[in-house]
Design a protein around this ligand. Structure first.
Ligand SMILES: Cc1ncc(C[n+]2csc(CCOP(=O)(O)OP(=O)(O)O)c2C)c(N)n1
Length: 368
């Protein structure tokens, strides 16, 4: 295991003091350490991993220095385009250090959505012509090699991080005063959605909590599409689904997911019918992967949704407000409900025991 702070200090010593990325549970300790130690304008938590590559490219052009871009391997997909069409040696040839959390490493146990990504993580880097090393306990020579490579070739270099590599790094989570947790809020939301309607919920703990609430209540899961991967695409799945049915489709999203692909909302509002219902749990954080902040509490999400065309945008913080808003949401066209919650989740939160393929099949049977 690597001492997290010592690793961070090594990067700083080697003049890599600019960080950007999207947090990841496998990198939670190093992300917490960066958050704690780097000044706010030297740690840019990006909307998505592609944006992070762009930010590091811009920083390099202005300073000649190498930005460190952290991401879960799921984020490689978001990063492919800027890596190949901006940073690549055949385009601008921009060096940056990728720090990639390797979920789904072959031979390890992980969730279904990480298996394929885990298998192709290294192959994808190879296909992009990106040199990489898998982080080892004796990491200083590796960082030296990365720096020498970036100096010599002016190209990105990747460090792939296995599960359990970094030592625990504890920081206090920013806690807001909103009365409900996400799970509490979800219980009231689910109370208000009729059994015949459908739900598409976002990746992370939202979907896990919905699964467990249904289990505890002895309810069916067949109306719930628990999106396990594809962060930021939940509302697009819900849009597509809503266009294929007359039933109501409730999208239950998170602020990190909303921000990741915010452009989708302009299209959702333009194309959605009266049966598309949007609910956003805003806890101001990437709570599912360690509580790194998003800009969820800094931006006016209701105003953004109104600006793109949502007509009835409501907010709620309490059970009574959620119940009243859900009643309205069922009736209106282009409605959205933003629920403000505090961070936190149960330590014993499980994972869906129904596989993604079974989840999809059961749902399709209900539609047909
Ligand atoms: C493309 C991609 N990047 C990163 C992740 C890792 N990840 C899983 S859940 C999550 C946080 C989601 O935050 P938010 O939508 O605000 O929901 P919360 O966890 O706060 O309920 C992240 C970053 C991922 N699954 N996919």
């Amino acid at each position: 295991m690597i001492d997290t702070k010592a690793f961070y200090d090594t990067l700083i010593e080697k003049n890599m003091d600019f960080f950007t990325g999207v947090p990841d549970s496998l990198l939670a300790n190093i992300c917490a350490c960066i958050k704690q130690n780097a000044p706010d304008d030297r740690n840019i938590i990006a909307a998505n991993e592609g944006n992070a590559v762009g930010i590091a490219c811009g920083y390099h052009i202005a300073t000649g220095r190498y930005g460190v871009v952290y991401m879960q391997n799921s984020g490689e997909g978001n990063a492919v385009n800027p890596l190949l069409s901006i940073a690549d040696e055949e385009v601008y040839s921009i060096p940056l250090l990728l720090l990639i959390g390797w979920r789904g490493e072959p031979g390890t146990k992980d969730e279904p959505q990480h298996k394929k990504q885990g298998k192709v993580t290294l192959a994808l880097l190879e296909a992009m012509g990106i040199e990489y090393e898998i982080l080892e306990d004796d990491y200083v020579p590796q960082i030296d090699r990365a720096v020498r490579y970036m100096q010599a070739c002016s190209k990105p270099f990747a460090i792939v991080v296995r599960k359990g590599t970094f030592s625990p790094y504890k920081t206090d989570k920013a806690k807001s005063d909103y009365p409900l947790s996400r799970e509490d809020a979800l219980k009231f939301v689910l109370d208000s959605i009729p059994e015949e309607d459908f739900i598409v919920s976002t990746t992370g703990k939202t979907s896990r909590e919905i699964f467990e609430i249904r289990e505890a209540r002895g309810q069916s899961h067949s109306g719930d599409f628990l999106t396990v991967g594809g962060m930021g695409h939940t509302s697009s799945i819900a849009l597509g689904m809503s266009l294929g049915t007359k039933k109501n489709v409730y999208c239950i999203d998170g602020d990190g997911s909303f921000i990741m692909h915010m452009g989708a909302f302009a299209i959702n509002a333009d194309k959605a019918g009266a049966n598309f219902k949007y609910i956003l749990n805003n806890n101001g954080a990437h709570e599912s992967v360690g509580g790194q902040p998003t800009v969820g509490f800094k931006i006016d999400i209701p105003a953004i949704l109104k600006a793109v065309g949502f007509q009835h945008v409501m907010t709620a913080e309490t059970p009574e407000e959620i119940t009243a808003a859900m009643e309205q949401l069922a009736k209106v066209r282009l409605g959205a409900l933003i629920i403000y919650t505090h961070q936190g989740s149960r330590d014993d939160l499980g994972r869906p025991t129904v596989s993604p393929a079974e989840n999809k099949k059961a749902m399709m049977e209900r539609f047909l």
